[in-house]
Design a protein around this ligand. Structure first.
Ligand code: UD1
Length: 337
C-alpha cells in the first residue's frame, strides 16, 4: 500500500516513515527541504533497509500538487506533516504561516476529494486548547482563541478538514493533537534537527549540555505548579510515530466511527521543567547549567493529556518514560554535535 507522507523528512515525519516502512507500507515522501535535510533520507534507509520514494516538492505550488496526485493515483493514504511550526516566527510573519499551513492543506484536500476513497491524517496540536480549565485535557475540552498565528493554523486546519468531510463522505480523516514530542530514534540515526537557536526545551537542554549553548534559561518558577515551573506532557517521538500508523490503519480498515475524528496524543503525565532537567541530568550523568529567568510570554501554565480516547478507541498507549526519551535525545545530540 502506497502512503504519502508530506513533510516526511521532518522530525515527526521521518520517525513516522520508519514505522510505516517497518510495517510494510510503501512510502512516498514530499518535502520542500525548507526545514529538513536530505541526510535524513539516509538515516531512514539505514534504519529500515528500504528507500522511500522522495519528491522535492513545495505544496504551495498548486499545479505541482495536482501533477503529483495525477502521477500517483494509487496513493491509499496521506499523513500530512508539512507545515511551519515556530510560534514566534508566526507572530512576526503571519501571512507566511497562513500560506504555508493553510493553502497547502487546501491544495492537498482538493486533490483527495477527487479520489474514490481517501484517508487523511492531520498533524494538529494541543495548542488548540490554550490554557485548558481542567487537567488532564480531554478531546471534549473547549477550543480557546489561539495565542499565535501558528496555533490558529492548527485550529483553522481542523475546521477546514471537518467542513470538507461533511460534504465528502469518501474522505476519512483523523486529526492528531500532539502534546510535546521529544527524543529521537533509538538507533540515533534520525532525530530533531533544529536550525539556529532552539526554541523548544529539550534541544536547548542537550545543546547546553554538549557545550553549544552556554546556559539554559528556565522561563519562570512562580507558576502555580508543584515546583513553580510549567507543566507539559512530553511524549517520545517514536511513540507518536506509532500512533500515526495505528490511526492510518483505522482508516484503511474503515474502523473509524465518523469521517472526522480527533485524538490527543500524549503520555497522560505532566512534568515540570525542573523535573525534565532532573531526568536529563540523571540519564546523561551531567550537571546542567541553568538559571531561572522571567516567564516567557504566551506560555500556558500546564498542559497534559487525557489519553483515554486514544488508549481505548485507537488501542494505542505511549510506552517510553521521560527518562528513556531524554536518553534518546542525548544520544542523538552526541551524534550530531
Ligand atoms: C511549543 C508551542 C506549541 C508547539 C510546540 C512544538 C507555545 C506556546 N507552544 O510548545 O504550540 O506545538 O512548541 O514543539 O509556544 N522552556 C524553558 N526554556 C527554554 C525553552 C522552553 O524553560 O529555553 C519551557 C517553556 O516555558 C515550557 C516548556 O519548557 O514551559 C516547554 O517549552 P517548549 O519546548 O517551547 O514547548 P511548548 O511551549 O509547550
Amino acid at each position: 500500500m502506497k502512503i504519502l507522507v508530506t513533510g516526511g523528512l521532518g522530525f515527526i515525519g521521518s520517525h513516522t516513515v520508519v514505522e510505516l516502512q517497518n510495517k510494510g507500507y510503501q512510502v512516498v515522501i514530499i518535502d520542500n527541504l525548507s526545514n529538513a535535510s536530505l541526510e535524513v533520507l539516509k538515516g531512514i534507509v539505514a534504519i529500515t533497509g528500504k528507500s522511500p520514494i522522495f519528491e522535492k516538492l513545495d505544496l504551495k505550488n498548486k499545479s505541482a500538487v495536482q501533477a503529483f496526485f495525477k502521477a500517483h493515483q494509487d496513493i491509499q493514504g496521506v499523513i500530512h506533516f508539512a507545515a511551519s511550526k515556530a510560534v514566534g516566527e508566526s507572530v512576526d510573519n503571519p501571512l507566511m504561516y497562513y500560506e504555508n499551513n493553510i493553502n497547502t492543506l487546501v491544495y492537498v484536500l482538493q486533490e483527495l476529494i477527487k479520489l474514490k476513497v481517501s484517508n487523511f491524517i492531520f498533524s494538529s496540536s494541543c495548542t488548540v486548547y490554550g490554557q485548558a480549565d481542567t487537567m488532564p485535557i480531554a478531546e471534549t475540552a473547549p477550543i480557546k482563541p489561539a495565542e499565535s498565528p501558528y496555533g490558529n493554523t492548527k485550529q483553522i486546519g481542523e475546521e477546514i478538514i471537518k467542513d470538507t468531510c461533511k460534504v465528502n463522505a469518501q474522505l476519512n480523516s483523523i486529526a492528531l493533537r500532539y502534546f510535546n514530542p521529544i527524543g529521537a530514534h533509538q538507533s540515533a540515526k534520525i532525530g530533531e534537527l533544529p536550525i539556529g537557536v532552539p526554541q523548544n526545551l529539550i534541544p536547548y537542554i542537550t545543546q547546553t549540555a554538549i557545550g553549544k549553548r552556554e546556559q539554559l534559561s528556565v522561563f519562570g518558577d512562580d507558576y502555580p505548579t508543584s515546583d513553580g515551573t510549567c507543566v507539559r506532557d512530553y511524549i517520545h517521538v517514536v511513540d507518536l510515530a506509532k500512533a500515526h500508523v495505528i490511526a492510518l490503519q483505522r482508516l484503511l480498515e474503515s474502523k473509524n466511527a465518523t469521517n472526522f475524528e480527533v485524538f490527543n496524543l500524549g503520555t497522560g503525565k505532566g512534568s515540570t521543567v525542573l523535573e525534565v532537567i532532573k531526568a536529563f541530568e540523571k540519564v546523561s550523568n551531567t550537571k546542567l547549567n541553568y538559571k531561572i529567568v522571567d516567564r516567557r510570554p504566551g506560555d500556558v501554565i500546564s498542559a497534559y493529556a487525557d489519553t483515554t480516547k486514544a488508549n481505548t478507541v485507537l488501542g494505542w498507549k505511549a510506552q517510553s518514560t521521560l527518562e528513556q526519551a531524554m536518553l534518546s535525545a542525548w544520544k542523538w545530540q552526541k551524534v550530531i554535535n
